[in-house]
Design a protein around this ligand. Structure first.
Ligand code: MTE
Ligand code: HPA
Ligand code: MOS
Length: 760
């Protein structure tokens, strides 16, 4: 069995070892934090004398004990490792504790005395906006003349839409273990999407050069964006404690703490205005987006930027004027989450599409089709990039047929006529998702390919495996590019001392960036070996074929040698069997100030249709059927890609219909555990779920002609929410805003808010 299969088999048996499952050294200490109970306050006094005397407590550290800088923010220095004068959200770390046991640490926590003068927090995004609480400049985009567009429109609608928070709910909570070495270096094992950034933050905090900090990430139990920056926390906290105590320190957040203190998907309040014609075509779209970013900037600027770059979704909008505000509040700092801001602005324009359908009476799928980007005209995005290789129209034609859309709309109308309390709705949601980090320089990757004398191969690359199937995909690249069986290939865990300066495994670019780097390294190594073979075996270089771990000449394919034999001879002839390569994505740039450029190497397109049935007595819904048609070019691995599409859809349908974070008036999260925060379960997936890969559109410039898959299919889950909105129209003809998540309560409010005035 090859490494991919073995890993999958053991993973399914629950044998994957996350940080908490590692063998711990005998002298390990457990790290904990002492947290703020106030959303905003001034720290007046800290007394740790009594707590320090608790048996088995080895250290209690404050910001004053940090040898270097007290910052752990990704982009801005506005996020302290430990609070200094003020606390800015409930759960913020004030002190670090290292103890021999959890119970000792907890006893110490009860004996720590911190006096905090409570101050008035800002918890509401509107209040923050009114006060101009923006830690960095708001983002704007203008293209065309919206006033002119509204003036010439048959209809102009205005509205508000709120989209909610979302907890990442990765299987493995945030965790790290730091092991100090006698030579003054430190080894950090971390559950991170971004080990290089862990290294950088530790380097600043400990005043230690990066070269002395070895950061290793083995398979992590999910990230979904939540470990792009906020994995810095455990990594730097354990490193500070380990450095101070000179012994290994491990920290694994429990689920409650993780949910309480880490950031979520940004909630957004959108106020929109849309002008369109009787035929359903948009002329103008303007919107104000208020992002609740939490107490610090974290990745919010990039997230808001991606929102801006997706507010058109798949539609050509002749004139656009949108303003996106980063509103600071006294809550945990919101962060990356699958889609990275795009789902929020796409939700707004998709909501508008449904509203256009309601106002004009034209079927919503037809409205969408009329607004799709064209192939040769109407094909420039508001930020100036030409939408090349646009296949959304082709996908539309195909899905309309395969999902039997028109017939089902008819049947659904029949059903709704005869069913009083149960109503069905349907919605089609497309996606156009830009692939590349919008921070252009992050689009780089590297790989190191080492061959041993027996012809077996180890591959180091900069990406992190978090369940998305990166290692398996990289294995496929290696085995196909090299012509070597998978049994002889090993993909190593991510080690920043081997591959330096890695970008986060994020923006769905993991397999593109690292796959291209691996391919380049293989090309070079193979080229060198082919020189050797050509010389020693008297074969024309261009005739040499590597296949299934054998090497032969096309001219004489009967004579074939095992790779192991030829590689041994190459070694004896002093040919290097190791190769490194570096890849950067070509031709992309974006100027945030003017909101213009070509930020994306390419786009991923796809389309979904969901039909739901809503019980108007309880507000409960079920997804009767979902069809998805998604373009991944030539798939690097069809099963993985299907899994990513299904998982992303379900994850979004959770955000869109059931996952709700509730804070009290003091800024405390009331839903910090799975008993009060509901994520989709097995019963919440579509009863009939048809996911198909569109196989007619290979991407020649991609790695093995593939396209990225990680984030784009998240958008499809919006079709569930909008199908519910559609069903509501059959029950209550008056329009009613259906914010996201469309929980049972919200559905019932919409169903009945106008009933009294309604004659029916
Ligand atoms: N799939 C699983 N199982 N677990 C994850 O944490 N993260 C998603 C997506 N799919 C994630 C996942 C996110 S947010 C991104 S950006 C991509 O995977 C990152 O991996 P890739 O670039 O290799 O696709
Ligand atoms: N996506 C995900 N993570 C990021 C990005 C992005 O576009 N930019 C910086 N970090
Ligand atoms: Mo994904 S939100 O880019 O980690």
């Amino acid at each position: 069995m090859d490494q991919s299969l073995k890993r999958t088999a053991s993973h399914l048996k629950g044998e994957t070892r996350y940080i908490d499952d590692l063998d711990k050294p005998n002298n390990v200490l457990y790290g904990f934090i002492y947290r703020s109970n106030f959303a905003y306050g001034k720290i007046e006094k800290i007394d740790i004398e009594e707590a320090k005397r608790v048996k088995d407590v080895f250290a209690i550290l404050s910001y004053k004990d940090i040898p270097g800088k007290n910052f752990m923010g990704a982009v801005f220095d506005d996020e302290p490792i430990l609070a200094e004068e003020h606390v800015e959200f409930i759960g913020q770390a004030i002190l670090l504790i290292a103890a021999k046991s959890k119970s000792a640490a907890f006893e110490a926590i009860t004996k720590i005395k911190v006096d905090i003068k409570e101050l008035e927090p800002v918890l509401d995004v509107e209040e923050s906006y009114t006060k101009g609480n923006f830690p960095f400049d708001p983002l704007h985009i203008v293209s065309g003349d919206v006033e002119e567009g509204f003036a010439k429109s048959d209809f102009v609608i205005e509205g508000v839409l709120n989209t909610g928070c979302q907890e990442h709910f990765y299987l493995e909570t945030q965790a790290a273990m730091s092991v100090p070495k006698p030579d003054g270096t430190i080894l950090v094992k971390t559950s991170s999407q971004n080990p290089s950034e862990n290294q950088l933050i530790i380097s600043h905090a400990l005043k230690l050069e990066s070269s002395k900090i070895e950061v290793v990430t083995d398979i992590i139990g999910g990230g979904f964006g939540g470990k792009e920056t906020q994995s810095n926390w455990c990594a730097v906290w354990t490193s500070l404690l380990a450095n101070h105590c000179a012994v290994p320190v491990i920290m694994v957040m429990d689920r409650r703490e993780d949910m309480l203190i880490t950031g979520k998907r940004h909630p957004v309040k959108t106020t929109y205005k849309a002008g369109f014609n009787k035929n359903g075509r948009l002329n103008a779209y303007s919107a104000k987006f208020l992002f609740d970013i939490g107490f610090s900037a974290d990745l919010s600027r990039s997230i808001i930027e991606r929102s801006l770059l997706h507010l058109d979704n798949s539609y050509y909008i002749p004139s656009v004027k949108c303003d996106l505000y980063p509103c600071r509040t006294n809550k945990p700092s919101n962060t990356a989450f699958r889609g990275f801001g795009a789902p929020q602005s796409i939700a707004a324009i998709e909501y508008v599409m449904e509203e256009i359908s309601r106002v004009t009476g034209i079927d919503a799928a037809v409205v969408r089709n009329r607004n799709f980007y064209g192939k040769s005209v109407r094909n420039t995005a508001p930020y100036g990039q030409k939408i090349k290789d646009n296949i959304i129209g082709d996908l539309y034609k195909e899905l309309l047929k395969t999902s039997d859309y028109k017939q089902r709309v008819k049947s659904l109308k029949e059903f709704n006529k005869s069913s009083k309390w149960k109503k069905r709705g349907i919605s089609m949601v497309p996606v156009k998702f830009g692939i590349s980090f919008t921070t252009s320089f992050l689009n780089q990757g590297a790989a190191l390919v080492n061959m041993y004398k027996d012809g077996s191969l180890v591959v180091h690359q900069g990406g992190v495996e978090m369940g998305q199937g990166l290692y398996d995909k990289m294995m496929n690249v290696v085995s196909r590019e090299f012509g070597i069986t998978k049994e002889s290939v090993r993909i190593c865990s991510t080690n920043i001392s081997v591959i330096p300066n890695t970008s986060a495994t994020a923006a769905s670019t993991g397999s593109d960036i690292n796959g291209h780097a691996i391919k380049l390294a293989i090309d070079r190594l193979k080229n060198r070996l082919n020189d050797f073979i050509s010389l020693n075996y008297s074969w024309g270089k261009e005739d040499i074929v590597w296949e299934n771990s054998f090497i032969f000449s096309k001219k004489n394919p009967e004579i074939r040698y095992p790779i192991s034999e030829i590689i041994k001879n190459a070694y004896l002839a002093q040919v290097s069997l190791s190769e490194q390569a570096y890849y950067k994505t070509p031709g992309i740039h974006f100027d945030r100030v003017i909101a213009r450029g070509n930020p994306f190497y390419y786009y991923v397109f796809g389309l979904s249709v969901s039909e739901v049935e809503v019980d108007m007595l309880t507000g409960a819904h079920k997804i009767i059927r979902t069809d998805i048609l998604h373009d991944v070019g030539e798939s690097l691995d069809k099963l993985i890609d299907k899994g990513q599409i299904e998982g992303a859809f379900v994850q979004c349908s959770g955000w869109a219909t059931m996952e709700e974070l509730v804070y009290n008036s003091k800024g405390a999260l009331l839903t910090a555990s799975p008993d009060s925060y509901k994520i989709p379960g097995i019963a919440d997936i579509p009863q009939d779920f048809r996911v198909n890969l569109y196989e007619k559109n290979p991407f020649n410039a991609g790695i093995l002609k593939s396209r990225a898959v990680g984030e784009p299919p998240f958008i499809y889950g919006l079709s569930v929410w909008l199908a519910i909105k559609n069903a509501l129209i059959y029950f209550n003809k008056k329009s009613c805003r259906l914010d996201l998540p469309a929980t049972k309560e919200k559905i019932l409010k919409c169903a009945y808010s106008y009933v009294e005035s309604d004659k029916n």
